[in-house]
Design a protein around this ligand. Structure first.
Ligand SMILES: [Zn+2]
Length: 302
């Protein structure tokens, strides 16, 4: 009998004795390793009884059964694409209190791609949509030694929605950032998970370049929040400006490579960044930015 899963060493409600396990594996097992396995099974009792997934079954194939394995793995991967509702989607529906249609989700996936051509910016957007960041609440279900309380010490449970926008300390940061975005672009963006995190804001008259700028400013704010994710620290406006500045530089390099030299007419770089640069030029906001330029000093790299 192969030993592939925890359930294979189960004996009633407990696991096999050390001697039984040694006989089964025909190997000497150190008592400390045995205690580790025994301890783990106390927390993983549910996992012990779950049936093998299709992928786990493939991993168990014998040499003879391995024929056609690549095709079977492809079939499993492709079947995931047919899924109409990913786990992250249903969680977003709960957080936003609305059921989004498949068409809306297509828009969300597309907008995360078109926010920027810079891969690191796209990656950050994807991580948030897929709810990649581990929260205190989730970690406490993985290990009982972790506290479910928010890392910012507000004494509330640190769920995904709490850590990103519900925590009073984080909400203050968002309020400040959205106020500055209003000053930069003249558009009022409400603090709504659907708008801020899924890019579902629909202002028909907004110019495309300004829409792109707002999307980048929001990504920078999310990045600032993620940079102090596990710390007691709260993100600040200065951190956000610094993150935005990093994105400006990346976007400029990207624009130079893709558009500026060969297709200058396609570039909306200047229209997109002008309101932001004008704002930081008018307000003496951040040393990193202050050293870098004023609008006129910057004219040589346009
Ligand atoms: Zn909190």
């Amino acid at each position: 009998m192969q030993l592939n899963r925890l359930i294979d060493i189960a004996s009633g409600k407990d696991i096999m004795s050390k001697q039984e396990l040694e006989n089964k594996t025909q190997k000497k097992i150190h008592w400390y390793v045995y205690m580790q396995i025994k301890n783990m099974t106390e927390y993983k009792s549910k996992i012990m009884s779950t049936p093998l997934t299709d992928f786990e079954q493939i991993l168990n194939y014998t040499q003879r059964e391995k024929k056609g394995m690549v095709s079977k793995i492809y079939a499993i991967l492709l079947s995931c694409l047919k899924s109409t509702d990913l786990p992250c989607q249903s969680k977003w529906h709960q957080d936003c209190n609305t059921e989004k249609t498949q068409e809306k989700w297509e828009e969300i996936w597309s907008s995360s791609i078109f926010t920027s051509k810079v891969i690191s910016i796209r990656l950050q957007t994807f991580k948030i949509i897929h709810r990649w960041h581990l929260t205190p609440k989730r970690l406490s279900t993985i290990s009982s030694s972790c506290s479910p309380l928010c890392w910012k010490s507000c004494n509330e449970v640190g769920s995904f929605s709490h850590c990103w926008w519900g925590c009073p300390l984080i909400a203050t940061f968002w309020k400040e950032i959205l106020e500055v975005i209003k000053q930069i672009t003249s558009y009022d963006i409400p603090l709504s998970p659907s708008i801020i995190f899924l890019d579902q804001w629909n202002i028909p008259q907004i110019p495309k370049a300004i829409r792109n700028l707002i999307a980048i400013l929001l990504v920078a704010a999310k990045s600032a929040t993620a940079s102090v994710w596990k710390l007691k620290k709260v993100p600040t406006k200065e951190m956000w400006l610094s993150k935005t500045w990093d994105r400006f530089i990346l976007d400029k390099i990207n624009d130079n490579i893709l558009n500026a030299e060969r297709f200058p007419a396609r570039s909306n770089f200047y229209d997109k960044w002008f309101p932001f640069l004008e704002f930081i030029d008018m307000h003496d906001l951040h040393p990193k930015i202050r050293i870098a330029q004023t609008l006129t000093q910057f004219s040589d790299i346009w």
